[in-house]
Design a protein around this ligand. Structure first.
Ligand SMILES: Nc1ncnc2c1ncn2[C@@H]1O[C@H](COP(=O)(O)OP(=O)(O)OP(=O)(O)O)[C@@H](O)[C@H]1O
Ligand SMILES: [Mg+2]
Length: 383
């Protein structure tokens, strides 16, 4: 005990038959006396500090009489506390050091594990909208199931897109053709019938066939536009010649009602980068509306101008006008004006125009025209 004493203090007490012979008389004795030769150890408070005490008992002959002699040795515990504090500090330092090394290693490991995932994500993100080829990058073995799943998904997506395209093309053919046949036959029947009631019925049947044909055709056009919005092929187009072509296509229908389609197009080409099918669809619907809702003998003005980096297409008519309806309402799906009940239509034309404008970063507006009629403006960024 004395060897490792340091700053500690040591006390002792020797008793003969419970009587202190020497030492500190108030050093506490053990609660239960030691048995046999083994010492007992206990902790007790002595002089305001906790001390660790060892006590032994022996029978000794004193003046020929056997007496019980107890020896108590006590030691304060500051050296032990200092050792414990030192060990705690070392353990804490060791723990912090170990944690720092583990954290650095885990960051390094996480980075090296995530790098191939990031590379893969970047490679897939760089692809164009049409690129549905399978991913063939070499990746760590752990990532191979993910790449296989991704390729499976790409394959299924491609299959679904092909089926959509086929459906749109086939449905157009299989719906339009029988409806056209039905209409021809109904017209023949109308010509051969003298009975007024029957003629009225056949006329309403022809109207229904026209409605169905128009709805089917617009629904398929809309589906094609939605499909193309994701799959669009951007190409350089001369907007002037495209507008001229679409107007020419409507002239026979306009001539039947003595409607003039007047175009004002710049002599220089106005080039934009866009998807031809989408733009054609939008222009067709704008001019179709102008012709449909014009009065007999009316005039439609189609203009193309350039303004602040944009190509501005204006289609104006002197027809029945919007009757107070707002563009925001008329561009909703299947929404028609209150003043057009006598004209065949499905309410999808302006939805198509709005979606094309959005897909091509353009703007679309439809307002009443001063002096009567409607004015539709589609503006697109110049390419
Ligand atoms: N030039 C126009 N003059 C008057 N009203 C118009 C004109 N263009 C659009 N509208 C109004 O906007 C509505 C929606 O037009 P939209 O082209 O979407 O449908 P639709 O012409 O009725 O049917 P369809 O889908 O067959 O074109 C029309 O029903 C009509 O009330
Ligand atoms: Mg329309």
């Amino acid at each position: 005990m004395l060897g490792s004493i340091g700053e500690d203090r040591v006390f002792y007490r020797i008793l003969v038959e419970s009587e202190t012979v020497t030492g500190y008389p108030d050093l506490p004795v053990p609660a239960s006396p030691p048995s046999g030769l083994e010492p007992v150890y206990y902790t007790a408070e002595f002089q305001d500090v906790f001390v660790r005490i060892a006590a032994v008992e022996r029978a000794v002959l004193v003046a020929g009489m056997p007496k019980t002699v107890s020896i108590l040795v006590a030691q304060t515990q500051s050296a032990k506390d200092a050792i414990v504090a030192q060990m705690t500090n070392r353990a804490a330092l060791l723990g912090i050091g170990f944690f720092a090394v583990a954290a650095a290693l885990s960051i390094l490991t996480a980075r090296s594990v995530l790098r191939p995932v990031n590379d893969l994500a970047e490679a897939v993100g760089r692809r164009g909208p049409h690129d549905l080829r399978p991913v063939v990058r070499s990746v760590p073995r752990e990532l191979q199931p993910m790449v296989r799943a991704l390729n499976g998904f790409i394959g299924r997506l491609q299959g679904a897109l092909t089926r959509t395209e086929t459906f749109i093309a086939e449905a157009a053919h299989h719906i339009r053709t029988p409806l056209a046949t039905l209409r021809t036959q109904a017209e023949t029947a109308l010509r051969l019938t003298e009975d007024d009631a029957m003629r009225a019925r056949i006329r309403s049947m022809i109207r229904s066939v026209d409605d169905s044909a128009r709805s089917a055709s617009q629904l398929l056009d809309h589906a094609a536009v939605v499909y193309r919005t994701d799959q669009r092929t951007e190409e350089s187009l001369d907007l002037g010649s495209l507008i001229a072509r679409v107007c020419d296509r409507f002239r026979p229908a306009a001539d039947l009602r003595d409607i003039v389609i007047a175009t004002q197009l710049p002599t220089q080409p106005v080039t934009i980068v866009a998807d031809l099918l989408l733009l054609e669809s939008a222009l067709r619907n704008l001019i179709d509306n102008a012709v449909k809702y014009s009065h007999v003998d009316g005039q439609i003005d189609v203009r193309l101008e350039q303004d602040a980096g944009r190509a501005v297409i204006t289609v104006m008519d002197r027809g029945r006008g919007l009757d107070g309806a707002q563009k925001a309402d008329l561009t909703d799906r299947f929404r028609r004006g209150a003043n057009v009940g006598d004209v065949v239509g499905s309410g999808l034309g302006l939805t198509i125009v709005r979606e094309v404008a959005r897909a091509q970063s353009g703007r679309f507006d439809l307002t009443e025209r001063d002096g009567g009629g409607a004015c539709a403006v589609l503006s697109l960024p110049l390419g």
